[in-house]
Design a protein around this ligand. Sequence first.
Ligand code: SF4
Ligand code: SF4
Length: 190
Amino acid sequence: MTTKVKEEIDFSDAAGSDDLTPVREMVQACIQCGTCTGSCPNEFAMDVTPRRLWRLVLTGQREEIFQSQTFTLCSACYYCTLRCPRGLPLTEAMGALKQLAAREGLTRHRQSILFYKSFLESVRRHGRVREMEFMTLYFNAMKNPLLPLRFAALGVKLMLKGKLPLQIPSKGGGALAALFRQAAELEEVP
Ligand code: SF4
Ligand code: SF4
């Protein structure tokens, strides 16, 4: 126990002050119990477990953090946040890592970033996601004419089940535009 407490104190200065500092502060009290990993429904697909990701953050191992796809696979379900015995804002910390990767335009995370941006653009326009429009925005952003083919079979399956209505993409009324603008200002999103 003594060792863990000592590690917490030492970690706060481990990597000095950099753009990871806000994330480090969020997870500074982590005791590496692994509850977050055990709670995460997406952990099976992650290359680094959430517990280990927080360890990397605390020790300032930036390269390993941004080589990992773990934070991009977080679906913000809040299980880890609810169950962390230290009450740490883990979902927020995952979100902060996504923002850092987006801000720096890291090539490795380009696909995930464009996916999120396309999803949010559809929500911004209509107040909810329009699946057909969302995928059209994503395909356009990816600039890969062959990409839609990879999703064609899934698209047909969803259409047959009535889960993918035919909707022509439109600018919509910008239902949530003001809210998005304010959030971007608060979070300094590029
Ligand atoms: S559940 Fe909380 S204390 Fe436990 S490893 Fe995860 S972040 Fe650390
Ligand atoms: S909020 Fe993200 S990291 Fe936490 S349990 Fe859910 S998917 Fe996993």
